[in-house]
Design a protein around this ligand. Structure first.
Ligand SMILES: NC(=O)c1ccc[n+]([C@@H]2O[C@H](COP(=O)([O-])OP(=O)(O)OC[C@H]3O[C@@H](n4cnc5c(N)ncnc54)[C@H](OP(=O)(O)O)[C@@H]3O)[C@@H](O)[C@H]2O)c1
Length: 227
């Protein structure tokens, strides 16, 4: 049984990860709202990861940081505060969490960290300047810490394309927008949170013990193929 800390397991991709891990592992969730489930293997802390002091946790094998943002505006409409806020929740929150739990994580079994990037780092898309900048920071963090911690803790990131969660609800708000989104992807689809959770499950497993410092695109072909 692994000890898994999820930051952001109340909804979205983090919640899908939490639901998949609960049956076989001990899950510590940290988010402002509680997940909509109680389970003997779940311990929840209601906290704002940026504002509050993170709780001490005695044993940790896996750390997964999910909070992020989708703040799409032309550069002229993005103010400096937009960039700061996106950087805070995507990067600083992850750094704060890693710094807090690394000493415990180092002592874990096959210890690993999973962070989240986005396809918009590799694929230039209009109006993504702020989020792409922040997530590029995540990719740099993964590379750098992967090297620094190579013998002790593995760290990887998943870079999903659009995934059906509350974060993307505005972009997938009606059937026509959903159909357009499917059409835009060469492999004709977009992600469900459970698909992303399966990738996280692999990355934290013993089967991924050779893998660190890497970014995994889950892209339905949008970054990989030009049709
Ligand atoms: N959805 C997409 O289309 C998409 C695409 C590419 C990349 N991503 C990335 O994938 C990751 C997960 O996205 P998602 O769609 O699952 O997001 P989501 O549905 O918004 O879920 C984010 C989770 O983080 C928690 N959270 C947010 N701010 C927090 C804070 N200040 N303190 C503590 N917890 C906080 C939320 O819980 P509370 O609200 O209860 O605090 C929630 O559990 C993000 O990093 C996102 O950038 C998503």
């Amino acid at each position: 049984m692994k000890n898994i800390v999820i930051i952001g397991g109340s909804k979205g991709i983090g919640n899908a990860i939490l639901m998949q891990q609960l049956e076989t592992n001990l899950v510590y969730n940290i988010s402002r709202n509680a997940p909509d489930i109680s389970h003997p293997n779940l311990k929840h802390f209601s906290l704002d990861v940026l504002q509050d002091i993170l709780p001490d946790i005695e044993n940790i094998d896996t750390l997964i940081y999910c909070p992020g943002s989708i703040n799409l505006k032309p550069i002229g409409s993005l103010n400096i505060d937009d960039f700061r806020k996106d950087f805070e929740i995507n990067v600083i929150g992850a750094v704060k969490t890693i710094q807090k739990y690394l000493p415990v994580l180092r002592k874990g079994i096959n210890p690993s960290i999973v962070l989240f990037s986005t396809v918009a780092v590799k694929l230039g898309m209009p109006f993504h300047a702020s989020i792409a900048t922040a997530k590029a920071g995540i990719e740099g963090l993964v590379k750098s810490l992967g090297a620094e911690l190579a013998t002790v803790v593995r760290i990887n990131a998943i870079a999903p394309t659009i995934t059906e969660t509350s974060l993307s609800a505005g972009i997938l708000r009606n059937e026509r927008m959903k159909e357009n989104m499917i059409e835009r992807h060469p492999m004709k689809g977009y992600l469900k949170p459970e698909e992303v959770a399966h990738m996280a499950d692999f990355l934290i497993s013993e089967n991924a013990k050779s893998i660190s410092g890497q970014i995994f695109e889950m892209d339905y072909g949008i970054v990989t193929f030009k049709m």
